[in-house]
Design a protein around this ligand. Structure first.
Ligand code: 4AD
Ligand code: MG
Length: 474
Protein backbone atom coordinates (compact mmCIF):
# COMPACT_ATOMS: atom_id res chain seq x y z
CA UNK A 1 0.00 0.00 0.00
CA UNK A 2 2.94 2.31 0.68
CA UNK A 3 4.24 1.44 -2.80
CA UNK A 4 0.98 2.60 -4.30
CA UNK A 5 0.01 5.56 -2.13
CA UNK A 6 3.36 6.72 -0.77
CA UNK A 7 4.55 8.45 -3.94
CA UNK A 8 4.29 12.18 -4.61
CA UNK A 9 1.13 11.64 -6.67
CA UNK A 10 -0.50 9.53 -3.95
CA UNK A 11 -1.06 6.73 -6.45
CA UNK A 12 -2.28 8.74 -9.46
CA UNK A 13 0.88 7.72 -11.30
CA UNK A 14 -0.29 4.11 -11.09
CA UNK A 15 -3.76 4.48 -12.58
CA UNK A 16 -4.79 1.46 -14.60
CA UNK A 17 -2.17 -0.86 -13.12
CA UNK A 18 -3.27 -4.39 -12.30
CA UNK A 19 -2.06 -5.39 -8.84
CA UNK A 20 -2.51 -7.71 -5.90
CA UNK A 21 -3.29 -6.14 -2.50
CA UNK A 22 -2.86 -8.16 0.69
CA UNK A 23 -3.74 -7.01 4.17
CA UNK A 24 -6.14 -6.95 7.09
CA UNK A 25 -9.66 -5.54 7.05
CA UNK A 26 -10.03 -2.36 9.09
CA UNK A 27 -13.64 -1.58 8.17
CA UNK A 28 -16.26 -2.79 5.79
CA UNK A 29 -19.21 -0.84 4.41
CA UNK A 30 -21.77 -2.67 2.33
CA UNK A 31 -24.14 -0.87 -0.03
CA UNK A 32 -26.65 -2.50 -2.30
CA UNK A 33 -24.41 -4.02 -4.98
CA UNK A 34 -21.09 -2.56 -3.95
CA UNK A 35 -18.93 -3.02 -0.86
CA UNK A 36 -16.10 -0.78 0.36
CA UNK A 37 -13.39 -2.59 2.31
CA UNK A 38 -10.65 -0.56 3.99
CA UNK A 39 -7.54 -2.70 4.08
CA UNK A 40 -4.26 -1.98 5.86
CA UNK A 41 -1.01 -3.88 5.45
CA UNK A 42 1.12 -2.01 8.00
CA UNK A 43 3.45 -0.50 5.39
CA UNK A 44 1.95 2.93 6.09
CA UNK A 45 -0.82 4.60 8.00
CA UNK A 46 -3.11 4.81 4.97
CA UNK A 47 -5.62 2.14 4.21
CA UNK A 48 -6.42 1.06 0.69
CA UNK A 49 -10.06 1.58 -0.15
CA UNK A 50 -11.01 -1.59 -2.02
CA UNK A 51 -14.25 -1.48 -4.01
CA UNK A 52 -15.91 -4.82 -4.61
CA UNK A 53 -18.77 -5.07 -7.07
CA UNK A 54 -21.19 -7.96 -7.25
CA UNK A 55 -19.52 -9.22 -10.42
CA UNK A 56 -16.14 -9.70 -8.66
CA UNK A 57 -14.97 -13.29 -8.28
CA UNK A 58 -15.47 -14.39 -4.67
CA UNK A 59 -18.19 -11.80 -4.06
CA UNK A 60 -20.25 -14.48 -2.31
CA UNK A 61 -17.87 -14.24 0.67
CA UNK A 62 -18.60 -10.54 0.91
CA UNK A 63 -22.32 -11.12 0.52
CA UNK A 64 -22.48 -13.88 3.12
CA UNK A 65 -20.89 -11.59 5.70
CA UNK A 66 -17.93 -13.88 6.30
CA UNK A 67 -15.45 -11.05 5.72
CA UNK A 68 -15.31 -9.02 8.93
CA UNK A 69 -12.96 -6.58 10.68
CA UNK A 70 -9.63 -8.25 11.38
CA UNK A 71 -9.82 -10.81 8.57
CA UNK A 72 -6.90 -11.16 6.18
CA UNK A 73 -7.55 -10.84 2.46
CA UNK A 74 -5.76 -11.14 -0.84
CA UNK A 75 -7.35 -9.21 -3.69
CA UNK A 76 -6.67 -8.77 -7.38
CA UNK A 77 -7.75 -5.65 -9.17
CA UNK A 78 -6.89 -2.34 -10.79
CA UNK A 79 -5.92 1.11 -9.48
CA UNK A 80 -8.61 3.62 -10.42
CA UNK A 81 -9.17 7.24 -9.46
CA UNK A 82 -11.39 7.75 -6.45
CA UNK A 83 -14.47 9.92 -6.10
CA UNK A 84 -13.94 10.13 -2.35
CA UNK A 85 -12.30 13.15 -0.71
CA UNK A 86 -10.10 10.97 1.52
CA UNK A 87 -7.90 9.53 -1.22
CA UNK A 88 -6.86 10.11 -4.80
CA UNK A 89 -6.98 6.45 -5.87
CA UNK A 90 -8.81 3.31 -4.87
CA UNK A 91 -8.61 -0.35 -5.76
CA UNK A 92 -11.24 -1.79 -8.03
CA UNK A 93 -11.36 -5.45 -7.10
CA UNK A 94 -11.84 -8.25 -9.63
CA UNK A 95 -11.16 -11.16 -7.29
CA UNK A 96 -11.42 -11.52 -3.50
CA UNK A 97 -9.71 -14.35 -1.64
CA UNK A 98 -10.14 -14.82 2.08
CA UNK A 99 -6.79 -15.78 3.62
CA UNK A 100 -7.85 -15.97 7.27
CA UNK A 101 -11.29 -15.37 8.77
CA UNK A 102 -11.65 -13.19 11.84
CA UNK A 103 -13.78 -14.35 14.73
CA UNK A 104 -16.51 -11.84 15.68
CA UNK A 105 -14.83 -11.54 19.09
CA UNK A 106 -11.96 -9.54 17.45
CA UNK A 107 -11.44 -6.91 20.15
CA UNK A 108 -10.34 -3.95 18.01
CA UNK A 109 -13.47 -2.76 16.30
CA UNK A 110 -13.97 0.61 14.70
CA UNK A 111 -14.83 2.55 17.85
CA UNK A 112 -11.80 4.06 19.55
CA UNK A 113 -10.33 1.92 22.29
CA UNK A 114 -8.11 3.24 25.07
CA UNK A 115 -4.38 2.64 25.20
CA UNK A 116 -4.84 1.12 28.66
CA UNK A 117 -7.18 -1.46 27.19
CA UNK A 118 -4.80 -2.14 24.30
CA UNK A 119 -1.97 -2.93 26.75
CA UNK A 120 -3.96 -6.02 27.66
CA UNK A 121 -4.04 -6.91 23.95
CA UNK A 122 -0.37 -6.41 23.14
CA UNK A 123 -0.57 -9.17 20.53
CA UNK A 124 -3.23 -7.33 18.51
CA UNK A 125 -2.49 -3.67 19.21
CA UNK A 126 -0.02 -3.32 16.28
CA UNK A 127 -3.14 -3.51 14.10
CA UNK A 128 -4.23 -0.07 15.29
CA UNK A 129 -3.17 3.24 13.76
CA UNK A 130 -1.29 4.37 16.87
CA UNK A 131 0.71 1.22 17.46
CA UNK A 132 1.41 0.69 13.77
CA UNK A 133 2.77 4.25 13.57
CA UNK A 134 4.85 3.78 16.75
CA UNK A 135 6.35 0.55 15.38
CA UNK A 136 7.36 2.26 12.14
CA UNK A 137 8.75 5.26 13.99
CA UNK A 138 10.75 3.03 16.33
CA UNK A 139 12.14 1.26 13.28
CA UNK A 140 13.07 4.59 11.65
CA UNK A 141 14.82 5.79 14.82
CA UNK A 142 16.81 2.55 15.04
CA UNK A 143 17.80 2.86 11.39
CA UNK A 144 18.78 6.52 11.82
CA UNK A 145 20.82 5.59 14.90
CA UNK A 146 22.93 3.10 12.97
CA UNK A 147 23.14 5.51 10.05
CA UNK A 148 24.43 8.35 12.27
CA UNK A 149 27.12 6.29 13.97
CA UNK A 150 28.19 4.46 10.82
CA UNK A 151 28.51 7.75 8.91
CA UNK A 152 30.69 9.08 11.71
CA UNK A 153 33.09 6.14 11.79
CA UNK A 154 31.80 4.33 14.90
CA UNK A 155 31.95 0.54 15.04
CA UNK A 156 28.91 -1.30 16.40
CA UNK A 157 29.80 -3.67 19.24
CA UNK A 158 27.60 -6.46 20.64
CA UNK A 159 27.85 -6.18 24.39
CA UNK A 160 26.85 -9.26 26.41
CA UNK A 161 23.41 -9.64 27.93
CA UNK A 162 24.63 -11.96 30.68
CA UNK A 163 27.36 -10.49 32.85
CA UNK A 164 28.91 -10.70 36.31
CA UNK A 165 29.43 -6.94 36.70
CA UNK A 166 27.02 -4.29 37.92
CA UNK A 167 27.97 -1.27 35.81
CA UNK A 168 25.84 1.22 37.70
CA UNK A 169 26.47 -0.30 41.12
CA UNK A 170 22.84 0.27 42.04
CA UNK A 171 22.05 -3.37 42.82
CA UNK A 172 19.16 -3.41 40.37
CA UNK A 173 20.14 -6.56 38.51
CA UNK A 174 18.12 -9.63 37.62
CA UNK A 175 19.98 -12.79 38.56
CA UNK A 176 20.44 -15.50 35.93
CA UNK A 177 20.87 -18.95 37.44
CA UNK A 178 20.23 -22.63 36.85
CA UNK A 179 19.77 -23.15 40.59
CA UNK A 180 16.05 -23.49 41.18
CA UNK A 181 14.46 -24.28 44.54
CA UNK A 182 12.55 -27.57 44.49
CA UNK A 183 9.79 -26.73 46.88
CA UNK A 184 8.26 -23.66 45.35
CA UNK A 185 4.52 -23.63 45.52
CA UNK A 186 2.82 -23.72 42.18
CA UNK A 187 5.80 -24.82 40.12
CA UNK A 188 6.34 -28.27 38.68
CA UNK A 189 9.18 -30.26 40.16
CA UNK A 190 12.32 -28.67 38.75
CA UNK A 191 15.46 -30.27 37.47
CA UNK A 192 17.75 -28.69 40.03
CA UNK A 193 17.73 -27.99 43.72
CA UNK A 194 19.71 -25.27 45.41
CA UNK A 195 22.96 -26.77 46.66
CA UNK A 196 24.19 -25.40 49.97
CA UNK A 197 27.69 -25.29 51.36
CA UNK A 198 28.41 -26.62 54.83
CA UNK A 199 27.91 -23.12 56.17
CA UNK A 200 24.41 -23.11 54.70
CA UNK A 201 25.25 -20.63 51.94
CA UNK A 202 24.24 -21.15 48.32
CA UNK A 203 26.96 -23.19 46.63
CA UNK A 204 27.47 -21.15 43.48
CA UNK A 205 30.11 -23.54 42.19
CA UNK A 206 27.21 -25.81 41.24
CA UNK A 207 25.62 -23.11 39.13
CA UNK A 208 25.92 -23.02 35.34
CA UNK A 209 28.30 -20.04 35.43
CA UNK A 210 30.03 -21.07 38.66
CA UNK A 211 29.14 -17.73 40.27
CA UNK A 212 26.24 -15.30 40.35
CA UNK A 213 25.53 -13.89 36.90
CA UNK A 214 23.06 -11.18 35.95
CA UNK A 215 21.23 -9.57 33.07
CA UNK A 216 23.21 -6.49 32.09
CA UNK A 217 22.10 -3.03 33.27
CA UNK A 218 24.41 -1.35 30.73
CA UNK A 219 26.91 -2.38 28.07
CA UNK A 220 29.24 0.49 28.94
CA UNK A 221 32.10 -1.36 30.63
CA UNK A 222 32.32 -3.76 27.70
CA UNK A 223 32.09 -0.89 25.22
CA UNK A 224 35.04 0.77 26.98
CA UNK A 225 37.20 -2.28 26.26
CA UNK A 226 36.50 -1.95 22.54
CA UNK A 227 36.82 1.86 22.51
CA UNK A 228 40.32 1.45 23.90
CA UNK A 229 41.17 -0.70 20.89
CA UNK A 230 39.00 0.42 17.95
CA UNK A 231 38.50 4.07 18.98
CA UNK A 232 34.86 5.17 18.60
CA UNK A 233 32.32 2.39 19.12
CA UNK A 234 28.66 2.05 20.09
CA UNK A 235 26.32 -0.60 21.41
CA UNK A 236 22.60 -0.87 20.75
CA UNK A 237 20.85 -3.63 22.61
CA UNK A 238 18.52 -4.64 25.41
CA UNK A 239 19.35 -3.81 29.02
CA UNK A 240 17.54 -4.79 32.20
CA UNK A 241 16.79 -3.16 35.52
CA UNK A 242 14.96 -4.63 38.47
CA UNK A 243 14.07 -1.22 39.84
CA UNK A 244 10.65 -1.29 41.32
CA UNK A 245 9.51 1.94 39.69
CA UNK A 246 6.01 1.84 38.36
CA UNK A 247 6.30 5.07 36.41
CA UNK A 248 5.56 6.14 32.86
CA UNK A 249 9.32 6.39 32.16
CA UNK A 250 10.67 3.09 33.54
CA UNK A 251 10.78 -0.39 32.09
CA UNK A 252 12.43 -3.52 33.46
CA UNK A 253 13.65 -4.31 29.93
CA UNK A 254 14.61 -1.42 27.69
CA UNK A 255 16.96 -0.79 24.79
CA UNK A 256 19.98 1.38 25.22
CA UNK A 257 22.31 3.08 22.74
CA UNK A 258 25.77 3.54 24.23
CA UNK A 259 28.48 5.28 22.22
CA UNK A 260 31.98 5.30 23.68
CA UNK A 261 34.53 7.79 22.31
CA UNK A 262 38.28 7.31 22.65
CA UNK A 263 40.67 10.24 23.09
CA UNK A 264 37.67 12.30 24.15
CA UNK A 265 36.52 14.41 27.08
CA UNK A 266 33.15 15.52 28.43
CA UNK A 267 32.82 18.33 25.87
CA UNK A 268 33.29 15.85 23.03
CA UNK A 269 30.71 13.62 24.67
CA UNK A 270 28.12 16.40 24.92
CA UNK A 271 28.79 17.44 21.33
CA UNK A 272 28.23 13.85 20.19
CA UNK A 273 24.97 13.55 22.16
CA UNK A 274 23.69 16.81 20.67
CA UNK A 275 24.65 15.90 17.09
CA UNK A 276 23.11 12.44 17.48
CA UNK A 277 19.81 13.68 18.87
CA UNK A 278 19.46 16.39 16.23
CA UNK A 279 20.29 13.92 13.47
CA UNK A 280 17.67 11.33 14.42
CA UNK A 281 15.00 13.95 15.05
CA UNK A 282 15.63 15.48 11.61
CA UNK A 283 15.61 12.02 10.09
CA UNK A 284 12.10 11.19 11.29
CA UNK A 285 10.78 14.65 10.42
CA UNK A 286 12.02 14.19 6.87
CA UNK A 287 11.28 10.50 6.39
CA UNK A 288 8.21 9.70 8.49
CA UNK A 289 5.93 12.53 7.48
CA UNK A 290 2.65 10.61 7.46
CA UNK A 291 3.21 9.04 10.88
CA UNK A 292 4.50 12.33 12.34
CA UNK A 293 1.38 14.12 11.08
CA UNK A 294 -0.66 11.47 12.83
CA UNK A 295 1.17 12.00 16.15
CA UNK A 296 0.82 15.74 15.70
CA UNK A 297 -2.94 15.45 15.29
CA UNK A 298 -3.84 12.64 17.68
CA UNK A 299 -1.11 12.23 20.30
CA UNK A 300 0.67 15.52 21.03
CA UNK A 301 -0.50 18.68 19.32
CA UNK A 302 2.44 20.71 18.04
CA UNK A 303 5.01 17.93 18.32
CA UNK A 304 6.32 18.58 14.81
CA UNK A 305 7.09 22.20 15.68
CA UNK A 306 8.72 21.16 18.94
CA UNK A 307 10.93 18.58 17.24
CA UNK A 308 11.85 21.02 14.46
CA UNK A 309 12.95 23.47 17.14
CA UNK A 310 15.09 20.80 18.87
CA UNK A 311 16.69 19.84 15.54
CA UNK A 312 17.98 23.38 14.99
CA UNK A 313 18.42 24.99 18.38
CA UNK A 314 21.63 24.94 20.46
CA UNK A 315 21.02 23.01 23.65
CA UNK A 316 21.34 24.80 26.98
CA UNK A 317 24.34 23.77 29.09
CA UNK A 318 24.70 24.41 32.78
CA UNK A 319 26.52 22.91 35.72
CA UNK A 320 24.75 20.95 38.43
CA UNK A 321 25.66 23.71 40.88
CA UNK A 322 23.96 26.31 38.67
CA UNK A 323 20.95 24.03 38.21
CA UNK A 324 20.56 23.80 42.00
CA UNK A 325 20.80 27.62 42.24
CA UNK A 326 18.12 27.92 39.58
CA UNK A 327 15.80 25.49 41.40
CA UNK A 328 16.35 27.26 44.72
CA UNK A 329 15.35 30.56 43.12
CA UNK A 330 12.27 29.02 41.45
CA UNK A 331 8.92 30.32 42.66
CA UNK A 332 7.56 26.79 42.38
CA UNK A 333 7.05 24.54 45.41
CA UNK A 334 8.67 21.16 44.86
CA UNK A 335 7.60 17.95 46.56
CA UNK A 336 11.27 16.94 46.99
CA UNK A 337 13.34 19.67 48.66
CA UNK A 338 16.34 20.94 46.73
CA UNK A 339 19.83 21.21 48.12
CA UNK A 340 23.35 20.79 46.77
CA UNK A 341 24.13 17.08 46.75
CA UNK A 342 20.61 15.82 46.08
CA UNK A 343 19.73 13.82 43.01
CA UNK A 344 17.43 15.70 40.65
CA UNK A 345 13.88 14.33 40.69
CA UNK A 346 11.69 14.30 37.61
CA UNK A 347 9.73 17.33 38.90
CA UNK A 348 13.03 19.26 38.99
CA UNK A 349 14.07 18.05 35.55
CA UNK A 350 10.72 19.02 34.09
CA UNK A 351 10.84 22.45 35.66
CA UNK A 352 14.28 23.05 34.16
CA UNK A 353 13.50 22.04 30.56
CA UNK A 354 9.84 22.96 30.38
CA UNK A 355 9.66 26.15 32.41
CA UNK A 356 13.11 27.63 32.98
CA UNK A 357 14.24 26.99 29.39
CA UNK A 358 10.81 26.73 27.72
CA UNK A 359 11.10 23.50 25.79
CA UNK A 360 14.78 23.46 24.95
CA UNK A 361 16.87 20.37 25.76
CA UNK A 362 19.21 21.06 28.67
CA UNK A 363 22.52 19.39 29.46
CA UNK A 364 23.51 19.44 33.12
CA UNK A 365 27.14 18.64 33.89
CA UNK A 366 29.54 18.17 36.79
CA UNK A 367 27.40 16.34 39.34
CA UNK A 368 28.45 15.60 42.94
CA UNK A 369 30.45 12.39 42.92
CA UNK A 370 28.33 10.87 45.73
CA UNK A 371 25.27 10.55 43.49
CA UNK A 372 27.07 9.15 40.47
CA UNK A 373 28.65 5.80 39.52
CA UNK A 374 32.21 4.74 40.38
CA UNK A 375 33.66 5.00 36.88
CA UNK A 376 33.15 8.75 36.35
CA UNK A 377 36.21 10.98 36.13
CA UNK A 378 36.83 13.13 39.15
CA UNK A 379 37.01 16.87 38.53
CA UNK A 380 39.82 18.97 40.00
CA UNK A 381 37.53 20.33 42.74
CA UNK A 382 37.52 16.86 44.33
CA UNK A 383 33.74 17.12 44.87
CA UNK A 384 32.25 16.67 41.42
CA UNK A 385 32.67 14.29 38.50
CA UNK A 386 32.67 14.88 34.72
CA UNK A 387 29.12 13.60 34.28
CA UNK A 388 26.33 14.93 32.10
CA UNK A 389 22.60 14.30 31.82
CA UNK A 390 20.60 15.48 28.86
CA UNK A 391 17.03 16.43 29.77
CA UNK A 392 14.18 16.98 27.34
CA UNK A 393 10.67 18.32 27.92
CA UNK A 394 7.99 15.80 29.00
CA UNK A 395 10.41 12.86 29.21
CA UNK A 396 13.05 14.30 31.55
CA UNK A 397 16.36 12.42 31.51
CA UNK A 398 16.93 11.06 28.03
CA UNK A 399 20.71 10.60 28.21
CA UNK A 400 23.18 9.93 31.01
CA UNK A 401 26.88 10.03 30.27
CA UNK A 402 30.33 10.91 31.51
CA UNK A 403 34.01 11.10 30.91
CA UNK A 404 35.47 7.92 32.39
CA UNK A 405 38.19 7.82 35.04
CA UNK A 406 41.24 6.80 33.01
CA UNK A 407 43.75 7.20 35.87
CA UNK A 408 44.38 3.86 37.59
CA UNK A 409 45.12 5.27 41.04
CA UNK A 410 41.99 7.44 41.09
CA UNK A 411 39.81 4.56 39.94
CA UNK A 412 41.21 2.16 42.52
CA UNK A 413 40.77 4.74 45.25
CA UNK A 414 37.15 5.28 44.23
CA UNK A 415 36.39 1.54 44.24
CA UNK A 416 37.90 1.33 47.74
CA UNK A 417 35.91 4.33 48.90
CA UNK A 418 32.68 2.72 47.72
CA UNK A 419 33.74 -0.65 49.18
CA UNK A 420 33.39 -2.31 45.80
CA UNK A 421 35.27 -5.51 45.14
CA UNK A 422 38.38 -4.47 43.16
CA UNK A 423 39.13 -8.09 42.26
CA UNK A 424 36.01 -8.43 40.20
CA UNK A 425 36.89 -5.36 38.15
CA UNK A 426 40.39 -6.66 37.30
CA UNK A 427 39.81 -6.58 33.56
CA UNK A 428 38.32 -3.09 33.70
CA UNK A 429 41.33 -1.87 35.69
CA UNK A 430 43.64 -3.50 33.12
CA UNK A 431 42.40 -0.98 30.54
CA UNK A 432 44.03 1.69 32.74
CA UNK A 433 47.26 -0.34 32.96
CA UNK A 434 47.79 -0.91 29.26
CA UNK A 435 47.64 2.24 27.15
CA UNK A 436 44.95 4.12 29.02
CA UNK A 437 43.38 7.08 27.19
CA UNK A 438 40.88 9.77 28.11
CA UNK A 439 37.52 8.50 26.94
CA UNK A 440 33.87 9.33 27.38
CA UNK A 441 30.45 8.04 26.44
CA UNK A 442 26.77 8.09 27.16
CA UNK A 443 23.68 5.92 27.33
CA UNK A 444 20.40 6.88 25.72
CA UNK A 445 17.22 5.03 26.67
CA UNK A 446 15.74 4.16 23.29
CA UNK A 447 12.14 4.00 24.54
CA UNK A 448 12.44 7.46 26.04
CA UNK A 449 13.61 8.67 22.63
CA UNK A 450 10.56 7.05 21.02
CA UNK A 451 8.38 8.76 23.65
CA UNK A 452 10.03 12.07 22.89
CA UNK A 453 9.55 11.66 19.13
CA UNK A 454 5.94 10.43 19.22
CA UNK A 455 4.56 12.34 22.20
CA UNK A 456 3.25 9.17 23.83
CA UNK A 457 3.22 9.75 27.55
CA UNK A 458 3.53 6.16 28.74
CA UNK A 459 6.69 4.17 28.06
CA UNK A 460 4.60 0.97 27.98
CA UNK A 461 3.17 2.15 24.65
CA UNK A 462 6.45 2.59 22.77
CA UNK A 463 7.92 -0.92 23.12
CA UNK A 464 6.07 -3.87 21.59
CA UNK A 465 5.99 -6.01 24.73
CA UNK A 466 6.61 -3.94 27.90
CA UNK A 467 8.17 -5.59 30.95
CA UNK A 468 7.20 -3.86 34.18
CA UNK A 469 6.84 -4.95 37.82
CA UNK A 470 4.32 -7.78 37.94
CA UNK A 471 3.89 -7.97 34.19
CA UNK A 472 5.71 -10.22 31.74
CA UNK A 473 2.87 -11.55 29.59
CA UNK A 474 3.00 -12.08 25.82
O1 4AD B 1 21.75 7.05 33.38
P1 4AD B 1 21.94 5.59 33.15
O2 4AD B 1 21.70 4.68 34.29
O3 4AD B 1 23.43 5.44 32.59
C1 4AD B 1 24.08 4.29 32.33
O4 4AD B 1 23.61 3.18 32.38
C2 4AD B 1 25.46 4.49 31.77
N1 4AD B 1 26.24 3.26 31.99
C3 4AD B 1 25.37 4.87 30.32
C4 4AD B 1 26.69 5.14 29.67
O5 4AD B 1 27.35 6.09 30.02
N2 4AD B 1 27.10 4.33 28.70
O6 4AD B 1 21.02 5.13 31.94
C5 4AD B 1 21.14 5.74 30.68
C6 4AD B 1 19.77 6.05 30.11
C7 4AD B 1 18.94 7.02 30.95
O7 4AD B 1 19.30 8.34 30.69
C8 4AD B 1 17.53 6.69 30.49
O8 4AD B 1 17.24 7.32 29.26
C9 4AD B 1 17.61 5.20 30.23
O9 4AD B 1 18.97 4.87 30.04
N3 4AD B 1 17.05 4.40 31.34
C10 4AD B 1 15.86 3.79 31.30
N4 4AD B 1 14.91 3.73 30.35
C11 4AD B 1 13.80 3.02 30.61
N5 4AD B 1 13.59 2.34 31.76
C12 4AD B 1 14.51 2.36 32.75
N6 4AD B 1 14.31 1.67 33.87
C13 4AD B 1 15.71 3.11 32.54
N7 4AD B 1 16.82 3.35 33.28
C14 4AD B 1 17.62 4.13 32.53
MG1 MG C 1 21.06 8.37 34.76
Amino acid sequence: ILDIKGGPDEGLDRLGQKLVVKGWVRTLRAQRSITFIEVNDGSCLSNMQCVVNSDAEGYDQVESGSITTGASLCMEGTIVSSQGSEQKVEFSVTKVMMVGKSDPSFPIQKKRVSREFLRTKAHLRPRTNTFGAVARLRNALAYATHKFFQENGFVWISSPIITASDCEGAGEQFCVTTLIPNSQEGTKSPVHTIPKTEGGLIDWSKDFFGKPAFLTVSGQLNAETYATALSDVYTFGPTFRAENSNTSRHLAEFWMIEPELAFADLDDDMACATAYLQYVVKYVLENCREDMDFFNTWIEKGIIDRLSYVAEKDFVQLTYTDAIELLLRAKKKFEFPVKWGCDLQSEHERYITEEAFSGCPVIIRDYPKEIKAFYMRQNDDGKTVAAMDLLVPRVGELIGGSQREERLEYLEARLDELELDKESYWWYLDLRRFGSVPHAGFGLGFERLVQFATGLDNIRDVIPFPRTPGSAEF
